[in-house]
Ligand binder design. Structure first.
Ligand code: ATP
Ligand code: ZN
Length: 286
């Protein structure tokens, strides 16, 4: 019998829902959100542990879990020896230094000798020393953004996504020190059997991510326009061209990257395309 691969996910927070949806899109079923600490998949050799995100890199390093999903910020800050195996594209945020809005700021040299409150002393320390700055780093575990107003520190270093929390606390962002997204981390030395399960999992994740970034496109065009349109829509190998019931016309089916679609749509129309349909793809395997 296959020993299941153990995967640690955040119990509840900004990573939880997208992590769960990712496994769901990969066709891996398990109970989630029932308050349980552990759940076994009914259709894939995997079991899931639900934990605080900060604890996940440690569990993966120790081998209590084989895999985990965390923000890169947490993966790096904890300094644990784990392998980042895949970027997942969600929970995107940045770690930034902010100061009171009224303070003049001419550059990073202005932070020399200042006190900075943060939950990320390691990332901040590395950034500052890389820029030759010595500052007084105050490690605090939460509500970092109020530190300047209560006189605890002159600046902060914290997670920013929209910037509205900074704004409502009278702060302005002056340096971005790290950009983060959710990543899958793995134990450094997975046994061969678990590596095989990880490879199967990554194969599915790649198919889901490719599908998300691409669209299925169908259009009609007069036959003499087909060569020009085909050049614009190479698809996975070449577009499928089938005749329409109307003499002299064909239908073209292809796949196009979401970004390329918006860039090329005018050219596709100018080449003679009509009746363009664009549809979501559920899975895509090259
Ligand atoms: P826990 O209770 O598990 O310790 P937490 O409060 O430390 O949770 P969350 O706020 O749920 O953590 O954030 C988890 C991760 O999501 C962060 O480490 C970061 O990578 C990312 N993140 C944080 N804030 C945002 C945001 N505003 N937008 C997008 N991603 C974010
Ligand atoms: Zn946390």
């Amino acid at each position: 019998m296959t020993v299941p691969i153990r995967i640690a996910l955040q119990k509840s927070g900004r990573l939880s829902e997208d992590s769960y949806q990712l496994f769901k899109a990969c066709g891996i079923r398990f109970d989630y959100g029932t308050g349980k600490l552990k759940s076994v998949s009914s259709n894939f050799p995997a079991e899931f542990l639900f934990l605080r995100d900060d604890d996940i890199p440690g569990y993966v390093e120790d081998g209590v879990a084989d895999l985990g999903i965390v923000g890169e910020n947490v993966a790096v800050e904890t300094g644990r020896q784990v392998t980042t195996v895949h970027k997942l594209g969600f929970s995107k945020c940045r770690l930034s230094i902010a100061i009171p809005r009224g303070t003049v700021y001419n550059g990073i040299a202005d932070l020399q000798g200042k006190s900075i409150a943060t939950s990320y002393p390691r990332l901040l320390g590395t950034y500052l020393s890389g820029h030759g700055i010595v500052a007084d780093i105050h490690e605090i575990s939460g509500s970092v953004e109020i530190a300047p107003s209560i006189g605890l520190a002159e600046a902060i270093c914290d997670i920013v996504s929209s910037g509205s929390t900074l704004l409502s606390n009278g702060l302005k962002e002056v340096e971005t020190i790290f950009r983060s997204e959710a990543v899958m981390i793995a134990h450094a030395n997975l046994p061969a059997e678990k590596q095989t399960l990880l490879d199967q999992l990554l194969f599915r994740i790649n198919a889901v991510q490719a599908a998300k970034n691409n669209k299925y496109i169908v259009l009609n065009a007069p036959n003499n326009a087909i060569p020009g349109i085909s050049k614009l829509l190479p698809g996975m190998k070449a577009p499928t061209v089938t005749p329409l019931a109307t003499e002299g016309w064909s239908s073209v089916h292809s796949v196009i990257n979401e970004n390329d679609f918006w860039e090329n749509i005018e050219a596709i129309r100018a080449a003679g395309a009509e009746g363009i349909l664009v549809m979501q793809i559920e899975k895509m395997i090259n």
